[in-house]
Design a protein around this ligand. Structure first.
Ligand code: SMO
Length: 788
């Protein structure tokens, strides 16, 4: 049986299609999400939330709620303050003071939906009924929901005990003398670009099940997270426990997308209740809660400038932007990456990014796929087209002229990012060719028979994937490292078990990990089993975010597999009375390179190691290896997208007829997975570019469209046809040359579509500077109306 499941010889498995390890259980409905965890005697939590954008909590009376039959426990802000520390921030903005963000609001709540009281009862229904009996007296305070208004003098200040304005932190990064270059320039284009507030909207909302065994000092926390080991750290700090008291488990996660990157108030609350009651406590977020108290994303206003000479050579790029983080600094943090990739793929030595991290009375902003990079791409790629028009240059040629060439890389950009390698222009040319730019460029932008005008737009980008070393992170105050860790352990069935702290959230980590082990060790793909997302059964790793999992984990997998293979060969050589150098691992057996008939099964060799019976003198028993690997630096993915749109100049209605995405993820581990990652991120990118926007009413400070009835993520049927093309330039800074791929699709849709519409409507002088791009916005631009 062992031989059967070990499969055939597998060299070449990296880069090949393999059936996804995750699919069998997910397609059979056999996945195990947090809400599937149902311990005996479990109780259910419901959370009461502030209905105002900004309010003082004058008084809370929970007595009637406590009397309700079935209610077991109630917590208020005072209880939480006595029993916990404020939630920590994993990736703080440099220079930002720490805000006292407790799991329940203290004197003042700073956004609609902030948790104020929590109730545990025999059922969720009873707990929610009890919430209605909690009497909270609120004193509404003046609020501010606009990011620029929040920075004005006289705006209501959200955290006056810590800050005297709503500016949490301001910092600037840059090089050269951009202001001098701007003075010398032949042309300067500038614009204010508004990026919409959206949310990641994972199909599985957040959820937590907490169980406390006081005698064992063991708090088991099942929670839907991308970072079990970091959640364990944050929970230990907040609950004043030792990390060793906590086991955090995230088995299947139904989408993370950055949203599930840090501890949330409800995680702490469920634990507190469970510890007080000594009964398991469960909470699953409903969608209305998700819209108001899971994190939002992206909202920012960029004042961007590009200066160039008369030939279109870029002299300087600057970005001054305000990023709206809502009512608290979320426990992951708000250090979005807009400044890191300030200049995209272009050769710029003089430039700076200045960010203003700003508090408003809205739901906290967290990480979301792309994490600042779609935002800045919209600004610089819109302006590249403006610059081309101003200089009467072809937008493709303007981009090509300014793109860093392969010979110039590695290259340090103005904010210190070191672009590793790549051929940016090749992707641009491929996109231009595929979309038919040459045939289109000279045609008049007049309506065809269907009454619509065609336009083509491009967006070129680089994307930081993974990140620099732990040494670099230390300077920024980050609470995590840059490595990824795995444990490999041989088993007596002839297979290899892999343990990882990375949780499995749709990114196909189990599949890709098994491919690397299979390739490096020489064992069948089916003989590798990956166990993910349990802090008690994995080495202490970092986690799945920043498109970093394969960049770092591939190195750990390689090192551990090599160590295991070397020992396997030594043990087999002893057994076969041969020499390790004469042997090879081939699927289910170890055999002589020159005589395949001299062989021993892996099951047999692994068995000798595990029992210690029949191993050479001097060898230790056991066949297990743990590796922690930190890549040399971040790898920068890159590419160009091109959109072909048809616009009705009478109504502003438009259709994306074609969308070409040319992308380089370096060495591809599994082509199907890479395609799926790019398509999935593009879908989220189109949503943010075209239809999604969380809107707040300025007067009431309320989120006006926090439900699936009036918030519009695209369905599969809404997406334009997507044509994917890949180039494959290996990165010199990561094992196997891998670049990250998880987030990249979110970056170009906004700029590519806006540029295509502006190309179609060039004769009307239409410029789009705001996301999302709606037919109404196009119509307003056409009719010169900006009033809302
Ligand atoms: S926004 Mo991502 O999970 O770093």
């Amino acid at each position: 049986a062992a031989a059967d499941r070990s499969g055939p010889v597998t060299r070449g498995v990296i880069g090949s299609w393999q059936l996804r390890k995750e699919d069998d259980r997910l397609l059979r409905g056999d996945g195990r999400f947090t809400d599937d965890v149902e311990p005996a005697h479990v109780l259910h939590m419901a959370v009461g939330r502030c209905p105002y954008p900004h309010a003082r909590i004058v008084r809370i009376d929970t007595s009637a709620a406590e009397q309700l039959e079935g209610v077991k426990h109630v917590l208020t802000g005072a209880d939480v303050r006595a029993a916990t520390e404020p939630l920590g921030v994993l990736r703080p903005v440099p220079g930002a003071p720490r805000l006292p963000y407790y799991a329940l609001a203290q004197d003042v709540a700073t956004h609609e939906g902030q948790p104020v009281v929590s109730v545990v009862a025999t059922s969720r229904h009873v707990a929610e009924d009890a919430l209605e009996l909690v009497d909270v007296e609120y004193e509404p305070l003046p609020h501010v929901v606009d990011v620029l208004a929040a920075l004005e003098p006289g705006a209501p200040v959200l955290h006056p005990d810590v800050l005297d304005s709503n500016l949490l932190a301001a910092n600037s990064d840059g090089s050269g003398d951009p202001e001098a270059r701007i003075r010398e320039a032949d042309v300067v284009v500038e614009g204010r670009f508004r990026i919409n507030r959206v949310t990641a909207l994972p199909m599985e909302t957040r959820a937590v099940v907490a169980e406390w065994r006081p005698g064992a000092r063991e708090l088991t926390v099942h929670t839907s997270t991308q970072v079990p080991h970091l959640i364990r750290k944050q929970l230990a700090e907040s609950l004043r426990l030792q990390e060793s008291d906590i086991r955090a488990v995230a088995s299947d996660v139904g989408g993370g997308f950055g949203l599930k990157l840090g501890v949330f108030p409800e995680d702490v609350l469920a634990c507190l209740h469970a510890m007080a009651l000594r009964r398991p406590v469960k909470w699953t977020e409903d969608r209305a809660e998700h819209f108001r108290n899971s994190t939002h994303a992206r909202e920012s206003v960029h004042d961007y400038r590009i200066a160039a000479d008369a030939e279109g050579r870029i002299l300087a790029m600057t970005d001054v932007y305000a990023t709206d983080i809502g009512g608290w600094n979320s426990p992951f943090g708000s250090a979005q990456l807009s400044s890191v990739v300030l200049n995209g793929p272009y050769r710029v030595t003089d430039g700076y990014a200045e960010r203003r991290v700003t508090l408003t009375n809205k739901t906290p902003i967290g990480a979301y796929r792309g994490y600042g990079q779609p935002e800045v791409n919209f600004a610089y790629e819109r302006l590249m087209d403006t610059l081309a028009r101003r200089l009467d240059l072809d937008p493709v040629e303007l981009r090509a002229k300014n793109m860093l060439t392969p010979a110039e890389l590695p290259w340090k950009n103005p904010t210190g990012a070191v672009y590793d390698s790549g051929d940016y222009e090749k992707c641009l040319r491929m996109a231009a060719e595929a979309i038919g730019w040459d045939a289109h460029r000279g045609t008049p932008r007049t309506p065809r028979a269907d009454g619509r005008i065609r336009g083509i737009g491009f967006s070129s980008f680089v994307e930081r994937t993974g990140y620099a070393s732990a040494r670099f992170l230390a300077r920024r105050g980050s609470q995590f490292g840059a490595h990824e860790s795995v444990t490999l352990r041989a088993n007596r069935s002839g297979g290899i078990d892999v343990w990882t702290g990375v949780s499995t959230m749709g990114q196909s980590a189990e599949t890709a990990f098994a491919q690397v082990v299979s390739e490096v060790f020489g064992i069948g793909y089916d003989a590798v089993k990956v166990h993910a997302g349990d802090t008690s059964a994995s080495p202490l790793n970092t986690g799945a975010f920043a498109s970093r999992t394969m960049i770092a984990a591939s190195g750990a997998l390689k090192e551990a597999a090599e160590e295991l293979a070397a020992k396997t060969l030594r043990l087999a050589a002893w057994r076969l009375e041969s020499d390790p150098e004469l042997l090879e691992i081939a699927g289910p057996v170890v055999r002589r390179r020159d005589d395949a008939s001299v062989s021993v099964t892996l099951a047999e060799v692994f068995g000798t190691a595990i029992t210690g019976q029949g191993i050479p003198p001097g060898e230790e028993p056991g066949l297990e290896a743990t590796s922690h690997f930190e890549p040399a630096d971040a790898a920068y993915s890159f590419g160009t997208a091109a959109a072909l749109v048809a616009v009705d100049p009478g109504t502003g209605e438009f259709e994306i007829e074609r969308f070409v995405m040319v992308h380089d993820a370096g060495t591809v581990v599994n082509p199907t997975v890479v395609d799926g990652q790019v398509r999935g991120a593009l879908a989220q990118g189109f949503g943010a570019a075209l239809t999604e926007e969380l809107r707040y009413d300025a007067e009431t400070g309320q989120l006006v469209n926090g439900s699936m009835v009036d918030y519009f993520p695209p369905t599969a049927a809404d997406l334009p046809p997507i044509e994917l093309l890949h180039t494959e330039v290996p990165s010199p800074v990561t094992p196997f040359g891998i670049r990250g791929v998880g987030e990249v699709g979110t970056i170009p849709p906004g700029a590519a579509v806006a540029n295509a519409i502006c190309d179609a409507l060039a004769d009307f002088g239409v410029e789009l500077d705001t996301l999302p791009i709606t037919p109404e916005a196009v119509w307003r631009a056409l009719s010169g109306r900006s009033d809302g």
